[in-house]
Design a protein around this ligand. Structure first.
Ligand code: PMV
Length: 297
């Protein structure tokens, strides 16, 4: 029986969330939480995705792919996830990219990475109604990426040696709601919100230079400043703030929330000396440390 499988990683936004939706750059890294999609022969279309709560991504991807390539939609899609959509690490983009890659392999359509990115971004946007595509870029290309909306710029960033601790708040963030909240704030006070975006954008550029120079002290400061600017957008929660605060007190170079805000994750930039103190501080403050590798392929 013919069968092909492919996998895609989840993501963590390191800097520049929200402003990336408005055309500013962000830095996003792939994390070692994967979703695999398996395409196998069948005489009808079946989806077996027990650990994916929303199969719209798989359905839209298969429909779009088949229409584009003039293929009859008769095969089975099975997904296997080693992370849930509860932890904010980008399972929707990962399942879309994995399905696209597996279809490309199964039907030998010879898509380039860029074409896989474009198709997956189209599908994710059609399900979610919005989105910068940064998560899709991480899922498609892996590693760490300097990214601009619509994939205008997708540039690999070398972060070898950079070490972070990820803390989960236990509260599920509602990305769509928070993106809408920021859009509403911008409608009401465009000048103020655009100024915050501009300042975040400048921090992202400086952070990119700090990463190249291995200047973690300065990079950490940029991350913490990015967190403060995100709080000015009213997307911080007491839980996120608390985990950031205890991580900094425990000696982290910097700390910030990651993603839409309202919950999910924060992370702290650490050294091998202070890693375990930061992990303990996050745990003692009620967070859960997610032991994930970043910058994976
Ligand atoms: O909540 P997350 O982890 O899916 O991240 C959302 C990031 C935003 O910049 C707020 C939205 C986007 O599409 O980039």
């Amino acid at each position: 029986m013919k069968k092909n499988s492919a996998k895609a990683p989840g993501k963590l936004i390191l800097m520049g969330e929200h402003s990336v939706v408005y055309g500013h750059p962000c830095i996003v890294t792939a994390v070692d939480r994967y979703i695999a999609a398996i395409i196998s022969e069948d005489d009808k279309y079946i989806v077996d995705a027990p650990d994916v709560s929303n199969t719209d991504y798989v359905d839209k991807m298969t429909s779009f792919f088949c229409k584009k390539n003039n293929i009859e939609k008769k095969f089975k899609v099975t997904t296997k996830a080693d992370f849930s959509d509860m932890n904010g690490l980008g399972s929707s983009s990962a399942v879309s990219v994995a399905t696209c890659k597996a279809l490309n392999d199964y039907f030998e359509t010879g898509m380039s990475k860029r074409e896989i990115f474009d198709m997956s971004y189209h599908v994710v946007k059609s399900v979610q109604g919005s989105g910068s595509g940064a998560d899709v870029a991480a899922g498609t290309y892996g590693g760490t990426i300097y990214y601009e909306k619509l994939g205008k710029n997708i540039e690999p960033v070398d972060i070898n040696g950079m070490s972070i601790v990820i803390g989960n708040t236990g509260v599920k963030a509602k990305t769509k709601e928070y993106v809408a909240k920021v859009a509403k704030a911008r409608e009401e006070n465009t000048e103020k919100i655009d100024d915050i975006f501009q300042r975040i954008s400048a921090l992202v550029l400086e952070a990119k230079r700090n990463i190249a120079d291995l200047n973690y002290k300065s990079l950490g400061e940029k991350m913490t400043l990015n967190h403060k600017l995100l709080c000015e957008l009213n997307i911080c929660t007491p839980e996120l703030d608390r985990l950031v605060e205890v991580a900094l007190k425990a000696g982290a170079f910097g700390a910030k929330l990651s993603g839409a805000g309202g919950g999910d994750n924060m992370f702290a930039l650490v050294s091998s000396e202070n890693r375990s103190a930061v992990e303990d501080a996050i745990t003692n403050a009620g967070g859960t440390v997610i032991n994930a590798q970043i910058n994976v392929s």
